[in-house]
Design a protein around this ligand. Structure first.
Ligand code: ADP
Length: 627
């Protein structure tokens, strides 16, 4: 049995390449699933797209044949009337089918949320990894970019190719009645056209990297020249002529590229013209010869004339459409790889988590404050190629007793947040175990694990919805008002909100409601605190969400958090030591190891790194912050 982590590592090495027909089938199934009507309309469009032009070139033949056959005026008018009516209906239906475009586009509206919801169900480490970020961006290409997006291009490209094949078969059949040699000749000439186009495509491919480099240089020169910061240095260090020289070189290189393209296009035009001339002279010459020797009538002449003219576009058209399908392949492959990633939370589990949190059951989930154990934990983030990077934690051991208030301190990059991510079960250790109440993450459903945690992260998630919804992260009617006010009270926001006449229904930000309010930085921090208190989980974690606050305001937030964590296990993280000095135990982490541990007083007495850091910080912030 493969674990999620192993499976995701295999995927990271690369994305499975699917063949173009396989991708076509994949998209057809998706279109069929979301908007089956569009697939049927496309089939109708395909048939009409081939029949209408054919009817268009057949009509003059019919009229000429009737005239030559000396039919009565009434019969001629009847034929013309019937055909006119039929053509009008066909054109009308074909024109009406353009409306399918709008329904077809709605598929894109289904695909993006699918992708987004998928990213919520897979292991957290994937979207955070370099591979995951790249794969998500690439996969978005299936729906973003308007008509140029991979899903539309594959659908439209397939339709166009099928239409061209159908036209090719129909026109070849018509012309082969005249002479199979004419068909063969036309196919050979179309192949020559393809060679000319192919040469152009190969040239464009070879130019791509060169052009990208020139355009990067050009954009850099543009931004550097318009950059006010650089403007000072340009003047003072006299960079004008040097910059001007760079500009001239870059412009020169881009001019060269343009000339190369111009030469290619001229050559392509000349070749297409020549091939067209040969085709026309040969085909029309043969047609004129056939009429003059009475092998065919004037009506047939007109029919074949139209068929020869229409024929050449089909084969070359297919070349471009296959190119389109090829270029849509990358995004589709990434999309398929992303959607195939193993899920750690099923939709049922997500619904169950919602129902449990809503009913407030999580408070009593584990019956009081949990104990935590990090048992010989080693962990390294994966590099882009899937191999492990530098170890962040190595044989790390830590026991946190139920109800303990623990502080994790250490310089930036020491591994504090990584420890929290492991505790939250967002990452799994490479070695060792993380236990809550003696059970590891693998022994519990993800929802059961998350229920025990209230975490305030460094990044704030404040949504443009009501205060109530921001607290409960549930729908308004599922929010308990008393609990919400109690949380605001504890977080020190209730008084301010009442004074400003704000209610739980007040919107935050103006994106959804123009009457929405803007919260100050400090209020936002407190709102995050109130959210954690609203959830009221038995394990509280504060991962330095206050970095933007001044040291005194940060200290206040930590102290109020400490006050409200009675009966819970709590972990406080900060690189400002004044904020965490009241904790039961302080752990100084450095290079993935516990370097020092004890109470604030014990560590000060020890006179080690903690004491040094504390003294340096105190002298920065003054005695108020340090005392
Ligand atoms: P702290 O919270 O103590 O500042 P972190 O746990 O954020 O430290 O980071 C520990 C180390 O892990 C750092 O060297 C950091 O660069 C690295 N790191 C953190 N997050 C990632 C990530 N998503 N991918 C790769 N490396 C990471």
């Amino acid at each position: 049995m493969k674990t999620n982590r192993q499976a995701s590592q295999e995927e990271r090495g690369g994305v499975t390449r699917h063949s173009i027909p396989d991708n076509i089938l994949f998209w057809l199934k998706i279109y069929w699933k979301w908007v089956p009507g569009v697939v049927l309309l496309a089939a109708l469009e395909l048939i009409l797209g081939a029949l209408v032009p054919l009817a268009g070139i057949y009509l003059p033949k019919l009229v000429l044949d009737q005239l030559a056959g000396h039919v009565t005026a009434a019969a001629l008018i009847r034929t013309l009337g019937l055909w006119g009516l039929m053509m009008a209906v066909l054109y009308g239906v074909k024109g009406g089918l353009n409306g399918k475009y709008f329904v077809q586009n709605s598929v894109r509206g289904y695909i993006v949320p699918e992708l987004f919801l998928k990213s919520l169900r897979i292991s957290y480490e994937i979207p955070e990894s370099e591979w995951g970020k790249k794969a998500y961006q690439e996969a978005l290409g299936v729906a973003e970019g308007g008509d140029w997006c991979a899903s539309t291009r594959t659908f439209e490209g397939t339709l166009a190719i099928l239409q061209n094949i159908l036209c090719f078969v129909l026109y070849s059949t018509v012309l082969s009645v005249l002479s199979p040699w004419v068909v063969l000749g036309l196919v050979v000439l179309s192949m020559l056209n393809i060679l000319v186009i192919e040469k152009g495509l190969r040239f464009e491919d070879s130019m791509r990297e060169r052009e990208a480099r020139h355009s990067r240089h050009w954009n850099y020169v543009l931004s550097a020249m318009g950059n006010m910061t650089a403007a000072k240095d340009v003047r003072i260090f006299g960079m004008h002529s040097w910059l001007g020289g760079i500009r001239d070189r870059v412009v020169g290189e881009m001019e060269e590229d343009k000339k190369a393209y111009q030469r290619l296009h001229n050559w392509q035009h000349a070749m297409h013209g020549l091939i067209g001339l040969v085709r026309d002279v040969a085909a029309y010459g043969y047609l004129i010869y056939s009429v003059s020797t009475r092998q065919i009538g004037v009506g047939d002449f007109v029919l074949y004339f139209g068929a020869v003219t229409g024929f050449s576009g089909f084969v070359t058209g297919m070349l471009y459409q296959v190119g389109d399908l090829k270029s849509a392949r990358n995004a589709t492959d990434y999309f398929r790889a992303y959607m195939a990633l193993p899920e750690e939370v099923s939709e049922e589990e997500i619904k169950r988590m919602g129902a449990v949190t809503q009913s407030g059951q999580e408070n009593s989930a584990e019956g009081g404050a949990p104990g935590i154990v990090f048992e010989d934990v080693s962990f390294a983030y994966k590099k882009e190629d899937g191999t492990p990077g530098e170890k962040v934690l190595e044989h790390f051991n830590l026991v946190i007793s139920p109800g303990e208030k623990l502080a994790l301190v250490g310089v930036n990059g020491a591994g504090k947040t990584t420890l929290v991510k492991l505790l939250c079960g967002l990452y799994q250790p490479d070695q060792g175990r993380v236990l809550i109440n003696g059970r590891s993450r693998k022994e519990m459903a993800p929802g059961e694990w998350y229920q025990m945690l209230s975490v305030v992260f460094q990044e704030q998630l404040i949504l443009p919805i009501t205060i109530a919804e921001n607290l409960s992260l549930r729908r308004r009617e599922e929010t308990d008002d008393n609990r919400a006010w109690a949380a605001l009270e504890k977080a020190g926001l209730a008084e301010t909100f009442v004074r400003q006449k704000l209610t739980l229904d007040t919107f935050i930000k103006k994106i959804i409601s123009p009457k929405g309010i803007e919260l100050s930085g400090g209020q936002q921090q407190r709102l995050m605190l109130a959210r954690a208190l609203y959830k009221d989980a038995p394990l509280l974690v504060l991962d330095e969400p206050t970095a933007a606050l001044d040291p005194i305001a940060e200290s206040e937030v930590y102290e109020s958090y400490l006050r409200h964590s009675k009966g819970k296990t709590a972990i406080f993280i900060s690189h400002r030591l004044a904020s965490t000095r009241f904790s039961d135990r302080i752990i100084l982490i450095d290079q993935g190891q516990i370097q020092e541990e004890g109470t604030h007083e014990q560590l000060m007495e020890l006179g080690g790194t903690y004491a040094q850091m504390y003294q340096v910080q105190s002298s920065y912030y003054g005695q108020e912050a340090g005392a």
